[in-house]
Design a protein around this ligand. Structure first.
Ligand code: SF4
Ligand code: SF4
Length: 403
């Protein structure tokens, strides 16, 4: 990661007119066939009145969710068939198309190469004519309207893009309830700077969600913006990385990630459980419920998966300002821990160390230091960390009452 260029201001596009086009397209799609997805998206763009040729000669940056170095089948990352389809459309429209991401770990070429390869982005870029980003510089961008912060460190390719395509994955999220369009833009913050952000909002979860909402809004206002949500196979349960793949059979398309996330929450039956959606609604960026949206394509009711399991067994987890004692916490399964040390390196408050337990070196959490950011749960590639609620919630969840 290289040094920032301080306090740039991104030029603001004519965004208000797009705010009024609050439509979300929802399309049934049950397989990861890039050709099929391409034709679905072309039809949807047409119906939304968007012509990709408007981007000819411009820089289009596709931002997937590549949270972790996992193969696409695990459903933790945006599927490469969706990325390939999106890139093909914009490459054939004459745009310069780049795929750019910074995941939850470090941000260097050495980290990006295997991330892109394992997540299928190398092949998606090659097959579509897009390029992969290896520029690890960033800018500190001023945003006077920010509520939680007035400045943001943002990946250089997103700063120089004419259009951002937020190609997110529909998943549960231990901290945020759900991750889709808005939360995906937290990946605009380079590498470990994300952990600094967690530490900064240590005891104020609402301000942390506010930071993410500000950041997404800044990029949405500054650039042409399109949000495409890969909900063909989402993730339920212990998301965003250690949950279970679950078919939703839907692709969502919208100019607004805020409105799109309202539809996404409704599709998985999690309305009222996503604090970032509440913030978006309070600020007037979105409607409150899926029933208020202008939907084109398939209806929410038709594709809804009402028993989509939440990330946490604690029903209070997505609520803000709950007492510390009632908050969910990370729990390590020592039988699965491989002592890789990833969680130790990335814990923003150094609450984890490796120590010997029953003759085995395993990760151990100092619960007094832990700020419940769940970065460790996101990043453990061995699924050794889960989210635990109070014993009563764990018991209810085990018994399958589906809170
Ligand atoms: S808990 Fe996971 S990330 Fe942490 S040391 Fe063990 S295997 Fe590695
Ligand atoms: S132990 Fe895990 S949840 Fe707690 S602060 Fe560290 S990374 Fe975050």
């Amino acid at each position: 990661m290289t040094d920032s260029q301080n306090n740039s201001v991104l030029p603001v596009a004519r965004r208000t007119e797009i705010d009024d086009r609050a439509a979300v397209g929802i399309d049934f799609a049950e397989s990861y066939d890039a050709g099929l997805i391409e034709s679905i998206l072309r039809r949807r763009f047409d119906a939304l009145g968007f012509d990709p040729r408007s981007q000819a000669g411009r820089r289009v940056v596709v931002k997937p969710n590549l949270l972790i170095r996992y193969a696409p089948e695990k459903a933790a990352t945006t599927h490469p068939a969706v990325i390939e389809a999106v890139c093909r459309i914009f490459v054939s429209a004459g745009a310069d198309v780049m795929i750019a991401e910074s995941n939850g770990g470090g941000y260097s070429e050495g980290i990006l190469r295997p991330l892109y390869r394992i997540c299928g982005m190398e092949a998606a870029a090659e097959d579509s004519g897009a390029v992969l980003n290896f520029d690890t510089s960033f800018r500190t961008v001023a945003y006077a309207e920010g509520v939680a912060s007035k400045s943001f460190d943002i990946l250089e390719p997103l700063c120089t893009a004419d259009m951002i395509i937020d190609c997110c994955k529909l998943k549960t999220h231990a901290l945020a309830g759900m991750t889709a369009g808005v939360k995906n833009m937290f990946g605009a913050v380079p590498g470990v700077k994300k952990f600094e952000t967690h530490a900064r909002y240590n005891h104020d979860l609402r301000m942390f969600f506010s930071f993410i909402t500000d950041l997404c809004r800044l990029l949405y206002e500054a650039k042409d913006f399109l949000c495409i949500t890969d909900g063909i196979e989402g993730m339920e349960g212990n998301g965003p990385s250690a949950g279970t793949p679950r078919k939703v059979n839907a692709i969502l398309t919208s100019f607004s990630p805020f409105q799109s996330d309202v539809a996404a929450a409704a599709l998985i039956g999690h309305e009222g459980q996503v604090p970032i959606n509440e913030l978006s609604c309070e600020r007037g960026y979105s409607v409150q419920t899926g029933s208020e949206l202008v939907i084109s394509g398939d209806s929410i009711e038709k594709l809804k998966v009402p028993d989509f399991r939440p990330a946490s067994p604690n029903p209070l987890a997505p609520l803000r300002n709950i007492p510390e004692v009632l908050r969910s916490r990370p729990k390590i399964d020592h039988s699965l821990c491989r002592s890789c040390g990833e969680c130790v390196s990335y814990c923003p408050v150094k609450a984890i160390k490796l120590e010997e337990k029953r003759g085995k070196n395993v990760a151990s959490i100092d619960t007094k230091k832990c700020i419940r950011c769940f970065c460790c749960q996101e990043l453990c590639t061995f699924k050794a960390i889960s989210v635990s609620g109070l014993p009563i919630f764990d018991t209810v969840n085990r018994l399958g009452f589906g809170i």
